[in-house]
Design a protein around this ligand. Structure first.
Ligand SMILES: Cc1cc2nc3c(=O)[nH]c(=O)nc-3n(C[C@H](O)[C@H](O)[C@H](O)COP(=O)(O)OP(=O)(O)OC[C@H]3O[C@@H](n4cnc5c(N)ncnc54)[C@H](O)[C@@H]3O)c2cc1C
Length: 414
């Protein structure tokens, strides 16, 4: 894998940028692999990379029906944090955040991580009490979190309207939370995995599975059959339909989640502000655009309806909290299909079908998890047993009733 350096960039500039080579190959599928990963989102690509780098398993293909990073990984609002409530989640997401902190260097690719903090608002005394409990739980998990008074919030976010319809009573911040560049995360993992010999095959849709007795033996694709000892399903909002082909029912609801960006403006917001009560969060990108998100479409006041009404709710909440933003024009709006579990905790690990592994159920918050998702899935596939950090996230928790309810900590989509 080519290392970027000041000299290589200078050399590229001096030769009119004509000598850069593609950063990953475009290989034809081979008849069989040791491991096939379905879905070249962040989780699939990261799993392939760690399989090759940490476990020496390089005979791996990542099959993608569209283009790599074109699913939710390229559509999210890029927020990372580890301020979860339950110890199992906190340990997992803190592992992810720590990996993110060194990821640019590890992959030799700038992921533009900006740890500008993530501030969660409380709009009532009761909500402030809940945030206090949440912040304490986070501190017990040895993760940074700090309560803020309204005056401290105003100092940090001068444009905020403390006297909004639901007045702001305080909030709490995780200073190490922040944003990074989602495309760069996908491209960085793809480039590094390719450099280690992984085949990333785009425009290759998995249409069905091959079974040999009770064991998985490979996949049927739009580019022919591909054999595999182990198959990892990492297809986010498409998980239920894919698993159903094997007779496996997943406790997942797939629904649309929208986001939008405004026209670019001068720097005016140097943290991410999130409100679970009015269902809105906003940050400012390095290009100056406001990146705005809300809850999945089902949570709108126009229950069970999405599209424009959901956007309307999100924008209403934004201008209530930031009246100055009411003059801005929106430039783009889009959605992804997210895979939501009843306890808003992912489903990871082995399945009742031998050779099939699941990495799904990320819902509205799987971007922040990508490095840990890949790392722990790679371990699980290599050892055929769940990594200790994801033991509690298995599909069997729904049979055992051992749910990890992160509904409150999931808050708004982020
Ligand atoms: C609008 C929006 C905002 C969000 N904001 C945040 C945020 O701020 N922070 C956060 O942590 N998370 C956020 N998320 C959630 C996050 O984006 C996802 O949880 C995460 O990207 C999931 O990654 P993935 O690799 O599992 O899935 P994806 O990136 O969706 O990758 C799955 C891939 O599988 C492919 N695929 C599907 N079916 C097949 C098939 N049959 N054959 C081959 N390939 C197939 C798809 O084309 C896709 O590329 C947001 C999501 C959305 C939609």
């Amino acid at each position: 894998m080519k290392k970027y350096s000041f000299l290589s960039l200078l050399g590229g500039a001096m030769t009119g940028h004509r000598r850069w080579r593609p950063v990953w190959r475009n290989p034809e599928p081979r008849p069989a692999y040791d491991v096939v990963i379905v879905g070249a989102g962040g989780h699939g690509l990261a799993t392939a990379y760690y399989l090759a780098r940490k476990h020496g398993i390089r005979n791996v293909a990542v099959l993608e029906k569209g283009w790599l990073g074109g699913g939710n990984t390229g559509r999210n609002t890029q927020v990372s944090r580890s301020n979860y409530f339950w110890p199992q989640s906190a340990a997992f997401y803190e592992h992810a955040l720590k990996l993110y902190e060194g990821l640019g260097e590890e992959l030799g690719f700038n992921i533009m991580l900006s740890q500008r903090g993530i501030l969660t608002l409380a709009h009532s005394r009761q909500e402030l009490e809940s945030l206090r409990r949440w912040a304490n739980a986070i501190q017990v998990n040895r993760i940074d979190s700090e309560l803020m008074t309204p005056a401290q919030i105003k100092k940090r976010v001068p444009l905020i309207n403390l006297g909004a319809r639901y007045p702001i009573h305080g909030g709490f911040i995780q200073h190490r939370g922040g944003i990074s560049r989602h495309d760069a995360v996908a491209w960085g993992y793809a480039r590094a995995a390719d450099g280690l010999g992984v085949d990333i095959i785009q425009q290759c849709e998995v249409t069905d599975f091959m079974q040999d007795g009770g064991r998985l033996a490979g996949v049927h694709t739009t580019r022919g059959a591909i054999g595999a000892d182990r198959v990892v399903l990492s297809v986010a909002g498409h998980s239920s339909v894919m698993a159903a082909k094997l007779g496996l029912r997943l406790p997942i609801s797939s629904m649309a989640l929208q986001a939008m960006v405004s026209e670019p403006i001068k720097p005016c917001l140097d943290t991410t502000v999130l409100s679970s009560s009015v269902h809105m969060y906003v940050s400012q990108s390095v290009r100056g655009e406001l990146v705005i998100g809300g809850g999945a479409d089902v949570y709108t006041s126009y229950a069970q309806r999405g599209g424009l009404p959901a956007m309307h709710d999100t924008v209403t909440a934004l201008v209530e909290l930031f009246p100055a933003f009411s003059r801005l024009r929106l430039m783009r709006q889009w959605a992804g299909i997210v895979d939501i579990t009843p306890d808003t905790t992912p489903i990871m690990g082995k399945t009742p079908i031998e050779g099939l592994y699941l990495n799904c159920g990320w819902g509205t918050g799987g971007y922040k998890a990508i490095p840990a998702g890949g790392d722990t899935m790679a371990y699980t596939v290599a050892h055929d047993e769940p990594h200790p950090l994801i033991r509690a996230f298995g599909l069997d928790r729904f049979e055992r009733g051992a749910l990890i309810d992160e509904g409150a900590a999931a808050g708004v989509a982020h």
